[in-house]
Structure formats: C-alpha cells, structure tokens
Design a binder for this molecule. Structure first.
Ligand code: BGC
Length: 325
C-alpha cells in the first residue's frame, strides 16, 4: 500500500513539474521583425514558427509592406512596450535602429539581428549570410558568364540596409580583377516590386548593349528576369541574383536567370528563435559562450543553376526544410 502511495505521489510530482515548466514556456514570447512582405520572408516566418513549435513557446512575426524604416522602429518600440521576452530583427537602416535596440537591451530584452546586421546597436548575435563573401561569389559568377568583359547593371532594394551595401561591395571587389567589365548603373527600388520591375525595364531600354544584370535582393531577380524575358533578351543579358523563391526558380528554368545564390531564410528564422530561447532560459552570457567569437552565425549560401537545381532541392529536403518550388 505504502509503495502504491509513494508511486502515486511521484507521478503527481512529475506531472506538476511538467505542467509548471510548460506554463512558464508558454509565457515566453519571441518577436521577429522582418523587412518586407515577400515570399523570402514567408520562408523566414516558417522557420520562426517551426522553432516556436519545437520549444513550445509563443512567437510573433511582422513585416512592413515595403522598405519602411519608421514602421520598423515603431514596431520595435511596440515589442518593448509589450515586454516580449526576446527580439530578432532585420533593420532596413541599421543606424536608425541604434537607440531603440539599446533601450530594449537596457530593459533586459535580448536582441539579435537576422538577414541584415546592425552591429552598432549592441545586438548580441547576427544570424544570416556572409554578405561580403556572397557578393564576391556573385561577382565571380558574373565574370565567368561574361568571359571577363562587358557592361553590367546592379539593382537593389535598399541603399541603407547593410546586407545590400555589403553584397554590392563584394560584387564590385570581385569585378576589380576584370578590367574588361564595367558597371554602368545601380538602381534602387525601396523593396517595391512594381518599382523593381520598372527600374529593370528602364535599364534595359537605356543600355541596349547591356551584358549582365545583378539582382541584389529577392525582389530584384524576378523583376530583372521578367523584364529581360519581355525584352526578348533572355540569355543575352546574363542575370545573377539572390534567393530561390518560386518566381526566381521558374525564370531560372526558363533561361531568363542564369545563376541564383540561395540564402537560407528558413534557417535564419529558426536559429534566431532558438538562440533567443537559449538566452532567455539559460542566460545571455552562457549562450554567448556557444556562439562563434565574432558573434556571427553563418547560415550559408548555395550557388544554384538550372543544372544543379534538383541537387539543391534534395539537399533542402534532407535538411527537413519545406521546399516551395
Ligand atoms: C534579402 C532581404 C530582402 C529580401 C526581399 C533577400 O535577398 O536578404 O533583406 O528583404 O531579399 O527583397
């Protein structure tokens, strides 16, 4: 009888610990702020949700309609006012985010950046692409496609976000080795899809002898690819861009885009939540011991062409990442 009683008590104690734990887990709320309504950010959101499910915590995700620094800042202020447990954000303008992030950190809300960094804010970690290196890779790919000579245009969504500026820097640095390649123009669209398309069309109209077009953001590849296709210059104007959203993959298959550098938006979302969860439950100092000294978690880039698309797809499936193309 006594044994049965002890057993029942033990079961009740374990159940209480379990319930208490899951109750306090549910109180953890991690807020993620992205940059723009776009399929790339939907992939980030999928990663955020998957990590929230794994750790049994609440997550929220928000993106402005297009590049919108003010909305980003007021959203961050809202997160602080709500006293969320941790924040991951991708600033369209890193300088504009300094004071609000410092305020969050002062209030003991751990902050990390994803996709685009803002080191001056004091954020603990950056989770994303090695932007300078990936820009260099894009430059090398372009030089290879052009055989070392020709006229190239650049289109980007932002001239303030660090990931855009660094990808462009890397691209230009790689092309320095090829004096036969000239960059004729750089156009910017503020992550507005309609503007990205009209920019691409205008560049193609103005530069009839354009040989290459580099799309820095996920919003640029489809705009350039479509404009090139409509101008019947597919293959004549070589396109190198970033990301593997379904519209990009379609244009890659059709031959309007030659190379795309696949970032890992799902991993950025997942790992941001995971690392914040560790910071919240184990402490910031302990968590930081497990990250690289430079506080950069590199989520990697794959060079994807029509030829290796299927292999890339297999790789994603093996990693358990949902494939949308
Ligand atoms: C960039 C993001 C951007 C997205 C959509 C990605 O390549 O990393 O910063 O918001 O494209 O344009």
């Amino acid at each position: 009888m006594r044994k049965v009683f002890m057993f029942v008590c033990a079961v009740i104690a374990v159940a209480c610990i379990f319930l208490a734990q899951s109750f306090s887990q549910q109180k953890i709320q991690i807020a993620v702020l992205g940059k723009v309504v776009h399929p790339y950010w939907t992939e980030v959101e999928a990663g955020v949700k998957a990590a929230g499910k794994k750790y049994n915590i609440k997550t929220t995700f928000f993106v402005p309609l297009k590049e919108d620094v003010n909305t980003q800042i007021s959203t961050l202020e809202g997160y602080i006012a709500k006293k969320v447990s941790g924040i991951a954000f991708a600033p369209s303008d890193p300088d504009a985010a300094v004071s609000v992030v410092k305020d969050a950190l002062r209030k003991k809300i751990p902050c990390v950046t994803l996709d685009s960094d803002a080191p001056k804010t004091g954020r603990y970690v950056f989770i994303g692409t090695n932007t300078v290196e990936s820009g260099k890779t894009a430059g090398e790919q372009m030089a290879k496609l052009l055989g070392g000579k020709g006229k190239v245009a650049i289109a980007t969504g932002s001239l303030t976000a660090r990931n855009s500026l660094e990808k462009i820097d890397g691209f230009k640095a790689a092309l320095k080795k090829y004096p036969g390649i000239k960059i004729v123009t750089t156009v910017v669209d503020g992550e507005d899809a309609a503007k990205a398309f009209s920019n691409a069309e205008q560049v193609l109209l103005k530069y009839k002898d354009l040989n290459g077009f580099f799309g820095v953001y996920g919003i640029n590849g489809p705009a350039i690819g479509l404009a090139v296709k409509r101008a019947k210059r597919s293959g004549k104007v070589k396109v190198v861009c970033f990301d593997t959203t379904p519209d990009i993959v379609k244009l890659l298959k059709e031959g309007a885009i030659q190379v795309t550098l696949a970032q890992s938006p799902y991993a950025m979302g997942y790992k941001s939540v995971e690392i914040l969860y560790q910071m919240i439950t184990q402490g910031v100092a302990k968590t930081l011991k497990s990250v690289p000294k430079n506080r950069f978690i590199d989520t990697g880039v794959d060079v994807v062409t029509k030829a290796n698309l299927e292999d890339y797809k297999k790789k994603l499936k093996k990693l358990g990442i949902p494939v949308k193309f």
